[in-house]
Design a protein around this ligand. Structure first.
Ligand SMILES: Nc1ccn([C@@H]2O[C@H](COP(=O)(O)OP(=O)(O)OP(=O)(O)O)[C@@H](O)[C@H]2O)c(=O)n1
Ligand SMILES: C[C@](O)(CO)[C@H](O)COP(=O)(O)O
Length: 223
């Protein structure tokens, strides 16, 4: 069994729009619908769990009716942080299974990346897509800073795919502020994480600038 746990329980403070960013339309369709479609395109039998703040769930159902959005999914309640949202969604996962945790605001994940992450997770148990750093990176040191070797760093994306039993065990740990993704939670349990190539278009729509990029990506696809 494969699950996609799509987290969209955040506040979108950095986007700053009245309408939560996961509902903003890009190319005429809400971001979140595009994200769910990416997983359904990969596997029409995937079990999709969508995590949304309770106060946004009726609005989402209304949007689904408006857009005739019929992809099967269940809804879980958002939590205080991403960690708590994932934990709420995980409560609906039955083992044995593979679970891919994906940000609702990453609609441009490539089908090959999703497929590779799930395929690898069947053996490796914990798989994370990453991309290289294309700019020079500096580390701040007191009043100054030094250049660090960018080849030593990777930017981390989602979906992060795990053996469900491992992920559930990891999310039984108490929350720590350095848990900024699922891999960090699993590593805190002592497990290793396997890295694979992500896709550069798989941006996390976080700021108004990202929304411009997202619109441009849609426009370039529909030429
Ligand atoms: N309590 C939270 C916080 C975040 N997320 C989700 O985690 C993903 C990545 O988080 P981010 O882009 O930072 O979203 P927000 O927390 O909404 O943004 P901000 O930090 O600007 O408020 C998003 O899909 C977001 O909805 C979540 O499910 N529950
Ligand atoms: C999970 C994540 O998208 C990996 O890059 C990222 O860590 C989420 O961070 P955020 O601060 O919750 O957006």
């Amino acid at each position: 069994m494969e699950y996609a746990l799509i987290v969209a329980g955040g506040k979108g403070l950095r986007m700053g729009t009245e309408l939560p960013k996961q509902f903003l339309p890009i190319g005429g369709k809400p971001v979140l619908m595009r994200t769910l479609e990416a997983f359904y395109d990969y596997n029409t039998g995937i079990q999709i769990i969508l995590v949304l703040p309770r106060g946004q769930q009726d609005y989402w159902r209304q949007l689904c009716r408006e857009y005739h959005f019929l992809l099967p999914h269940v809804i879980a309640d958002g939590g205080e942080t991403r960690f708590h949202s994932v934990r709420n969604g995980l409560a609906l996962v039955k083992t044995p299974a593979l679970v891919g945790v994906h940000d609702g605001v990453r609609p441009f994940v490539a089908r090959e990346v999703i497929a590779r992450c799930y395929d690898l997770a069947a053996g490796k148990k914990a798989v994370v897509p990453v991309i290289g750093v294309v700019e020079t990176v500096r580390r701040m040191e007191g009043e100054g800073s030094v250049t660090v070797g960018r080849d030593d760093y990777r930017l981390v994306q989602t979906p992060q795919v795990f053996d469900a039993e491992l992920l559930k065990a990891a999310y039984e740990q108490p929350y720590m502020p350095h848990f900024t993704d699922d891999a960090s939670v699993v590593e805190a349990l002592g497990a290793s994480v396997f890295l694979t190539q992500g896709n550069r278009e798989n941006i996390k729509i976080t700021t108004p600038f990202d929304l411009k990029i997202a619109t441009a990506l849609i426009d370039s696809c529909s030429i």
